[in-house]
Design a protein around this ligand. Structure first.
Ligand code: GAP
Length: 427
């Protein structure tokens, strides 16, 4: 049975994964705050992505600024082309995308609708004390442009030969007309993007390479492979910069939807920045003495959407418990420590073992309620292992380690405990 999204939203709130932003003021549409467990899960996703994309010889990391020179967005085509068609209700002022309307009347109040107009999705603000057109800047709608404008900085300072890539993680902002489905489509979100610069003519090959690499990455996160597929963009779906594009889609409870886009952006962006800035962005190939503007293969994955897919995929309801079966590398808390009861001797040994583990994993201590209830609480937040210290532990220096998925219990000597945990939780 498909998971009901409201069950997930309430679990996320109840257990401290995701809260509605500004909740005490009634919330703000489509904005969400990651709570203590949500931020751990999100950091783990980012760490796993960074490890896969940057811990290699041909890709460098970057952290570019969110605010950029306004000309960047003229050059990138976002000022002219990053638009959605929109109609307004003249009576209740609600906004709709025409493709979502069945009739020519407002679906909310029956009021008359305005003519269709194009609505730019970029957020505009002002830099400095004067609010006029000359001081207006945009919040970036994609992180990619920060990479393009730094292409030669990175290439020349780190002496890279083509092909090579630049990766970054950061916030992006889009004034979406129809945000929704919890954290799936929001106006502020985080992207993990990599731009791979290649010699023109080799782009098709590199496109295929990155397409496969990225699908493999999603599978390695632990997502059910049956719920992952590619979707090729038809000519009517292609973004203004793309020659070819494939989405990695996940089967959400609300249907198959994009979590990542792989795009062949050709030399579009670098050529446009060269034209608008007047600075050469050509690469000089020492070996062949050729000068050219590289083509770009882009992989662009939403961190929030990946996190939503991981939550949905991990969630299971069983007879006596609900459980998040996260891959251990994603689990917010890796190991929970329990004394069997509130006894000074047991508490002391539990704290000691937890302290020995703390430098390696995020751990939590719990002594409230029965052991069964404590297991259920950890199952519900996806903690892979629980360690229980009982009265025998004080005599035989061994503890019980309980596995979240199999619920199997192992008796492990305290001197071997760290090694045991480290074998089970590979980061
Ligand atoms: N630089 C290319 C680019 O931005 P995109 O397909 O528009 O491409 C890439 O976005 C990814 O960013 C999407 O696959 C999705 O995961 C995420 N994303 C885009 N818009 C989003 C939104 N409004 N809310 C949450 N995630 C979003």
């Amino acid at each position: 049975m498909a998971l009901d999204m409201s069950t997930l939203v309430s679990l996320c709130k109840r257990r401290g994964f995701i809260f509605q932003s500004s909740e005490i003021y009634g919330g703000i549409n489509s904005c969400w705050d990651y709570g203590p467990l949500g931020v751990e899960l999100k950091n783990n996703i980012k760490r796993v992505w960074w490890q896969a994309m940057v811990n290699r010889e041909d890709i460098e990391g970057l952290d570019a600024s969110i605010l950029m020179h306004p000309k960047v967005w003229e050059a990138s085509g976002h000022v002219a082309g990053f638009t959605d068609p929109l109609v307004d209700c003249k009576k209740c002022k609600h906004r709709f995308r025409p493709d979502q309307l069945q009739e020519k009347k407002c679906p909310d109040c029956g009021g008359a609708l305005t003519e269709l107009r194009m609505f730019n999705l970029m957020f505009k603000t002002f830099m400095g004390p004067v609010e006029d057109e000359s001081s207006s800047v945009y919040l970036r709608p994609e992180t990619a442009q920060g990479i393009y404008v730094n292409f030669l900085n990175v290439q020349s300072t780190l002496r890279h030969k083509i092909p090579f890539g630049i990766a970054q993680i950061g916030k992006a902002f889009r004034n979406e007309i129809t945000p929704g489905n919890f954290i799936f489509r929001t106006r502020e979100f985080e992207q993990m993007e990599m731009q791979y610069f290649v010699k023109p003519g080799t782009d098709e090959e590199w496109f295929e390479h990155w397409k496969e690499e990225r699908l493999t990455w999603h599978k390695a996160l632990g997502l059910n492979p049956k719920k992952l597929q590619f979707h090729q963009h038809g000519t009517d779906e292609l973004a203004h910069y793309a020659k070819k594009a494939f989405d990695v889609q996940y089967e959400f409870p609300f249907g198959w939807q994009e979590i990542e886009g792989i795009h062949n952006r050709t030399d579009f962006d670098l050529s446009r920045h060269q034209e608008f800035s007047g600075k050469s962005l050509q690469y000089f190939d020492e070996a062949t003495k050729e000068k050219y503007i590289p083509y770009v293969i882009e992989t662009s994955v939403g961190c929030d959407r990946t996190l939503l897919a991981c939550l949905i995929d991990a969630y299971a309801e069983e007879e006596e418990r609900s459980v998040l079966r996260f891959h251990p590398k994603l689990a917010p808390i890796k190991v929970a420590f329990f004394p069997l009861i509130k006894d000074a001797g047991l508490q002391e040994l539990t704290h000691k073992l937890q302290e020995e583990t703390r430098p390696y994993f995020l751990t939590r201590y719990d002594e409230a309620g029965s052991i069964g209830r404590r297991y259920r609480r950890q199952d519900e937040i996806g903690t892979p292992l629980c360690v229980t210290v009982d009265f025998d532990s004080l005599k035989d220096q061994a503890v019980t380690v309980r596995d979240r998925d199999s619920m199997k219990q192992d008796r492990v000597s305290t001197s071997q405990l760290l090694e045991f945990l480290r074998k089970k939780i590979v980061l």
